[in-house]
Design a protein around this ligand. Structure first.
Ligand SMILES: *Cc1c(COP(=O)(O)O)cnc(C)c1O
Ligand code: SF4
Length: 338
């Protein structure tokens, strides 16, 4: 397999894929791909596939219903106390399973998602005048593709809003484009507020020496790191792969936060698995792996209703008492008042 192309991909079909969806991959990612492995889990995340041309009736352009919760351009306000602020619509790489694939990228239509300086000001005004906003989540696109100067200016604006107490940054840059993470970029995130960085990482092999080194720059600057992963068929859908990923992250002082069930984004059916499979996988980790290494398994309800934990139920109400399953599969009766 060539490092830049998956095996057995007809050229004309691939051209159709790349005409429809953005493609970008960095040298660092390409170096991580094993060219002798036709099922390489890194290649599958980034290199276009003709399978993307298949869409199913359940898939939609706006799989998690961002549009219905957008009071002003660049803001998604779905939950009472926190908003997404999307200052950019581009990423350093384009993941083939991206849940915002119709919105992120350099293509026409996607470009209309970029915020002009006036639009960014209007989005900031919304935050300034909405006192229940306690947390601002910078996402996009990937906010860490901003220059340190622009990022710092944005952080300063947020810093000046008294009711905002927490700033969270969702990013794939440290994993996919580690050379972008300079001391200047990390310094630009400095704030008097609590700042958390959430890394998107789906496989332990993505945590190369270079990636590991840049993650430590955030930690040394006093910025805690969390991770989010997407459960993806052919990438990480077995318990050992997930365990290796979550242990590697935790040993790097990165707390696994969420494991997302894949969203119904167009042309991503080849990555999807059932919630049953996801529950089985996450249940297999319970008890066998340290609690601090366990993320919550989450489903984003299509239509804009928000995320909910969908981990397997360990406890079941049975009349006046409960049946509880232990991590080895034994069942026990639990009651606190009989
Ligand atoms: C995912 C998401 C958040 C963050 O949710 P948490 O459960 O706090 O991580 C906030 N707003 C929107 C619109 C989201 O989609
Ligand atoms: S980095 Fe995130 S937003 Fe960008 S393509 Fe990947 S999943 Fe989508």
């Amino acid at each position: 397999m060539h490092k830049r192309q998956l095996k057995n991909q007809p050229e004309d079909a691939l051209t159709e894929v790349t005409a429809r969806y953005a493609v970008a991959v960095t040298d660092e990612v390409l170096e991580t791909i094993d060219p002798d492995d036709p099922n390489d889990p890194i290649a599958r995340q980034y290199l276009p596939s003709v399978e993307e041309l298949k869409t199913t009736p359940q898939e939609t352009d706006d799989p998690i219903g961002d549009d219905v919760h957008s009071p002003v351009k660049g803001i998604v306000h779905r939950y009472p106390d926190r908003v997404l602020l999307k200052p950019v619509h581009v990423c350093s790489v384009y993941c083939r399973f991206c849940f915002r694939r119709e919105k992120v990228g350099p293509k026409e239509g996607q470009g209309s998602e970029a915020l002009s300086p006036q639009e960014l000001e209007a989005a900031l005004d919304y935050i300034r005048t909405t006192p229940q906003i306690w947390e601002v989540i910078l996402t996009g696109g990937d906010p860490l593709v901003l220059s340190p100067r622009r990022l710092q200016a944005l952080m300063e604006e947020l810093n000046n809003i008294p009711h905002v107490k927490v700033i969270r940054v969702h990013t794939r840059v440290p994993v996919a484009d580690p050379l972008r993470v300079t001391p200047e970029l990390v310094a630009a995130l400095h704030s008097e507020k609590a700042v958390y960085v959430v890394l998107h990482c789906n496989h332990a092999r993505e945590l190369t020496e270079k990636v590991r080194a840049v993650t430590q720059l955030f930690l040394r600057a006093g910025i805690p790191l969390l991770s989010q992963s997407t459960l993806l068929k052919g990438v990480n859908n077995d318990a050992k792969t997930l365990e290796d990923l979550f242990r590697a992250l935790t040993a790097l002082r990165i707390k696994p936060y969420y494991l997302h069930h894949p969203d119904l984004a167009p042309g991503t059916g080849h990555f999807r698995l059932s919630v049953d499979e996801g529950q089985e996988l996450t249940a297999a980790l319970q008890g066998h792996m340290s609690g601090i290494a366990q993320p919550r398994y989450m489903l984003d309800i299509p239509g804009g209703f928000g995320k909910v934990p969908v981990g397997s139920p360990w406890i079941e109400k049975k009349g006046p008492h409960y049946n509880v399953t232990d991590y080895k599969g034994g069942t026990h009766r639990y009651s606190s008042d009989e």
